[in-house]
Ligand binder design. Structure first.
Ligand code: SF4
Ligand SMILES: [Zn+2]
Length: 132
């Protein structure tokens, strides 16, 4: 059996066959940030998102994988232990239950109020002050 005939999670990837550099933004700001958001939008409808994200976390991959940029995966690692994403199911629980995404920015941060992360709460309070 040829190795490349064995089906893997990659065969179900929403980014399968993407030959653009969409998933590999060369930076984090401006156009690169826009590009990362476009890549993440593809991930958002990907059936193998958590499997992909787990592979990227384990393999220290670069680029947008599993709906997260390098920096976002790095931040996730910093605030979790490896045991929290030991399996794909653990990872899913971590991101959907333990650290659900902020309702405003989508980041998986610990501190939350009204469904928003602490940074977004601070930002919206500052915006209110400016408006008042
Ligand atoms: S989660 Fe994103 S990067 Fe990973 S396989 Fe799916 S579309 Fe590709
Ligand atoms: Zn937020």
């Amino acid at each position: 059996v040829q190795k490349n005939l064995i089906p893997t999670w990659r065969d179900e990837a929403a980014c399968l066959g993407d030959l653009s550099n969409l998933f590999f933004p060369a930076g984090e700001t401006g156009q690169h940030a826009v590009q990362a958001e476009q890549a993440k939008a593809v991930c958002a409808r990907c059936p193998v998102l958590y499997t992909c994200l787990k592979a990227a976390l384990d393999g220290n991959e670069s680029g947008v994988w599993g709906g997260m940029t390098d920096r976002e995966r790095h931040n996730l690692k910093n605030k979790t232990t490896r045991a929290q994403y030991a399996t794909v199911a653990d990872l899913r629980e971590l991101l959907e239950v333990t650290l659900p995404p902020c309702a405003n920015c989508g980041q998986h941060r610990k501190e939350k109020a009204d469904g928003m992360c602490a940074s977004c709460v601070t930002e919206s309070k500052n915006a209110e002050k400016v408006a008042a």
